[in-house]
Design a protein. Structure first.
Length: 358
């Protein structure tokens, strides 16, 4: 929700005067493993001037892309010294004299990427922030700009889906996957999820079904399932892939004629292999999606504003919840980063750095 504008002469108490805020930030000066290169450092911040805003960061998630950026394996390369992190929800402390759209107390999320968010406080430009309702939960707001927006765009921009249509996705328990299930539920679309098998598979299936998944199958089950052949569920027109390798090939085989597979991640680190038969005889298409690129190209587009409004409304109504997560104090970042990097086990949950009590 964008906030009302007040003339600056009417808001003298909103301005910052000698705030002397000391920010505790997770900074790095070279690429490497997060546990090795991130250091918790203190910096005194200057008061915001002109169109700048002083923000107290309340919560900021650890996403796979944040880890890859620190490792130097992501297309976004920060200037050193860099503060890690890309998403957050924060509270405006005070504003520069030319700020028009935000006032102290307003909750904000980033509109721009790579701002450096694993910190207790930061001074950002007004144009890089979006004010949202304080009624949106902290975990939901902290994780709104990457995964829910990615899910939203992939469901809207590649295939025209109507109620009763079907989407299939692998990595269906990922944060993006959980967002896909919830949006599909809100829009009346069947959401078929594929996950890796594990001892707790029954609990995982129940959890994803409670979020709106129509059916959840393991990678083995989908190979032999007749879920689409039998007509139980309409064949999918859209497939979403964040895994690659055999998993992507298998998922793409279930697409309907002229269906589209959108690849947005490569968690297995294996290339996407295309089965020749479906490619030729069903004329299926393979596309890629990167939220960062879409956001840059549509920075002030009405579609972007509408997307945030719709997501915030669903979150306020309790129809869209944050992915399974654990809040971790900033000081415990090493444990959280190590757990987020745990490639041997299953992902389980997202870690969100909690700065609300700093
Ligand atoms: N293109 C974009 O704009 C965009 C936007 C957002 C996210 N992403 C990407 O989407 C992916 C998911 O992000 P997220 O934040 O939703 O992640 P997340 O919540 O951390 O979930 C990671 C997912 O990857 C699966 N996974 C991990 N290693 C795997 C492997 N070796 N083989 C198969 N599956 C594996 C996990 O399943 P298990 O439980 O079985 O481990 C889980 O479903 C990442 O690659 C991320 O970079 C891309």
């Amino acid at each position: 929700m964008l906030r009302r504008t007040l003339p600056s002469f009417a808001r003298p108490s909103l301005l910052c005067r000698h705030m002397s805020v000391v920010a505790k930030s997770l900074k790095y000066t070279q690429h490497g493993e997060p546990q090795d290169v991130l250091k918790l450092v203190e910096d005194k911040l200057s008061d915001p001037t002109d169109k700048q805003v002083l923000v107290q960061i309340l919560a900021a998630p650890i996403n796979p892309a944040d880890i890859n950026t620190i490792q130097g394996k992501y297309p976004v390369k920060p200037k050193f010294p860099a503060i890690a992190g890309n998403e957050f929800v924060g509270k405006v402390v005070c504003v520069g004299e030319e700020v028009k759209s935000l006032q102290p107390g307003t909750h904000v999320v980033p509109l721009a990427s790579g701002l450096g968010t694993w910190t207790t406080h930061a001074v950002y430009k007004e144009e890089h922030l979006l004010g949202i309702s304080n009624k949106v939960g902290l975990a939901e707001a902290a994780t709104i700009t990457v995964n829910p927006c990615t899910a939203y765009r992939m469901l809207k921009d590649f295939v025209k889906l109507s109620p009763g249509d079907t989407v299939i996705q692998n990595g269906a328990n990922s944060a993006v996957g959980q967002a896909v299930h919830q949006l599909c539920r809100a829009w009346g679309i069947n959401s078929v999820g594929i996950v890796r098998n594990r001892p707790e598979i029954d609990e995982l299936k129940k959890l994803l079904q409670s979020l709106g998944a129509t059916a959840v199958l393991t990678e083995d089950e989908i190979r032999t399932s007749d879920i689409f052949k039998s007509g139980k569920i309409k064949r999918p027109q859209l497939a979403l892939n964040c895994v690659g390798g055999k998993s992507a090939t298998e998922v793409s085989r279930h697409l309907n004629d002229r269906g589209v597979m959108v690849t947005y991640g490569g968690m297995s680190r294996e290339p996407v292999t295309v089965a020749t038969g479906p490619l030729i005889f069903k004329d299926i298409a393979f596309r890629g999606f990167w939220m960062t690129r879409w956001s840059k190209e549509n920075y002030n587009a009405p579609e972007r504003k509408q997307m945030f409004q719709e997501l915030c409304k669903l979150m306020e109504e309790g129809k869209f919840v944050a992915p399974t997560h654990e809040m971790v104090p900033l000081e415990k970042f090493k444990d959280a980063a190590a757990a987020a990097l745990n490639f041997k086990g299953f992902t389980g949950k997202k870690f969100i750095l909690d700065m609300s009590k700093c």
